[in-house]
Design a protein around this ligand. Structure first.
Ligand code: ZN
Ligand code: ZN
Length: 439
């Protein structure tokens, strides 16, 4: 009888244990929230452009050092790597980005950014955390504080990185090139989150497999033989050629890519000509190209070159005046969420936060260079999930009035700090504990 009772008691305790740990996390995050919100306000009011995140990184370093992390600054620019060794076990890497955007904030929140600075081209620009990276950093510090406070409940090595220049798609590569995986413990898993400008504050969106796209930028320089607008036969008109190329490029996705695969070719900029009656000698096109798989990416990039050059030939442009196609090297690879890892962590989120707050989301054609951490030879599984950041009443208003919510990068994007930050810290802490294997 006693054995029977104690077995039942044991079972009850066993069943209650995970719930208790999660209740504790949620309570402790709530207790820590004022501290985190003041950090968030500071970060929001002190945004820095890509590859100029020195002060931001210093502040994050100052938060982590007293917690016992070994902090290395200036990894791949202003990047920061903070390592906490806590016994045997897996190595888990959590990543935040650090940079802000050249956007003039128009949100009307009382902690709005008033920062202006000189950009790399020498222009005076306003700066704003319009992509929520200040939310990411606050969640990152909050997670560090929780995991340190709970260090008797997990063992392993925690690697926390603050990455520069996400907005330029270059910071992850810069950190890897600066020895992230050689100079510091090699992770078994990589986890990150991104604020969502479409989901209610405190909800979570996730997806296994491709979640964000390959992003490529292509420049086409179309040369011509200029002359009088009334004598076109004596010229080679680059405006006409540009028009043909732009239209033909749209056949790439519709005719060269399988209908079951995704791709986008957008000509975002066209510049050429000076006056009504002059045939110009040059037109410049700027194109963004999006895809998920390496194969579709190659099809699109090769196709752009093929169409540009051969349309020039078809229109009788001389061989030394054919369009020049340059693929920019700031390529961001597609974000692929390791399916096993994604399902495992989403399962924990669902169990803890409830089905309604954890939804599977469709992949998007935006890009994120978090993908780089999973594309090295080590093939480390990674998972990036969405953290909803929009006040529910704003979503209701938008639905009622039929207007769109401000997107990421909009001067009007104002995430609701609470509960967004709290839920972010809870989710990241749970994810890390799960991967370490809670004691
Ligand atoms: Zn962004
Ligand atoms: Zn971002």
């Amino acid at each position: 009888m006693t054995n029977y009772l104690s077995a039942i008691l044991g079972m009850i305790l066993l069943l209650a244990a995970p719930a208790m740990a999660e209740d504790t996390i949620s309570r402790d995050v709530e207790r820590d929230y004022n501290y985190l919100e003041s950090l968030y306000t500071y970060l929001h009011q002190h945004p820095e452009l890509s590859f100029h995140e020195e002060r931001t990184a210093a502040r994050i370093g100052d938060e982590l050092r007293p917690l016992g992390f070994e902090v290395t600054q200036n990894v791949g620019g202003a990047g920061l790597v903070a390592v906490l060794k806590n016994g045997d076990g897996p190595t888990v890497m959590l990543r935040t980005d650090l940079d802000a955007l050249p956007v003039r904030e128009q949100t009307n929140v009382d902690y709005a950014s008033a920062v202006t600075t000189m950009d790399d081209l020498g222009n005076q620009v306003s700066v704003m955390h319009a992509c929520g990276h200040d939310v990411h950093m606050t969640v990152f510090v909050g997670t560090a504080r929780r995991l340190v406070a709970m260090r008797d409940q997990w063992s392993g090595t925690l690697v926390m990185i603050g990455q520069p220049a996400e907005e330029r798609g270059a910071g992850a590569r810069a950190m890897l090139d600066d020895g992230l995986y050689e100079r510091f413990p090699l992770p078994d898993y990589n986890v990150a989150l991104h604020t969502s400008a479409g989901m209610p504050a405190g909800t979570i969106g996730w997806r296994a497999g491709y979640a964000l796209a390959n992003v490529d930028s292509v420049d086409i320089t179309i040369h011509g033989i200029g002359g009088h607008g009334a004598y076109p036969h004596a010229t080679r008109d680059p405006v006409m050629l540009a028009a043909q190329i732009i239209t033909s490029l749209q056949t790439l996705v519709s005719r060269n890519v399988s209908p079951l695969e995704a791709g986008v070719v957008t000509v975002g900029s066209i510049h050429g000509g000076a006056k009504h009656n002059i045939i110009s000698d040059r037109v410049d096109l700027q194109i963004t190209v999006r895809s998920y798989t390496d194969e579709v990416r190659a099809t699109l990039l090769e196709g752009i070159e093929r169409i540009a050059v051969n349309t020039g030939r078809a229109m009788g442009f001389p061989e030394d005046k054919l369009p020049e196609v340059a693929i920019r090297d700031e390529h961001t690879p597609a974000t692929y969420n390791d399916p096993a890892l994604a399902n495992r962590l989403a399962g924990i989120f669902r169990e803890t936060f409830g089905e309604a707050d954890v939804v599977e989301t469709a992949p998007v054609m935006g890009g994120e260079d978090f993908s780089e951490y999973g594309r090295t030879d080590q093939k480390i599984p990674g998972f990036m999930f969405w953290l909803g950041g929009v006040a529910p009443q704003k979503i209701a208003q938008a639905e009622e009035s039929g207007t769109a919510l401000p997107s990421l990068h909009s001067p009007f994007f104002a995430p609701l700090p609470e509960p967004t930050i709290r839920r972010g810290v809870e989710a990241m802490t749970l994810a890390a504990l799960e991967l370490f294997g809670k004691k």
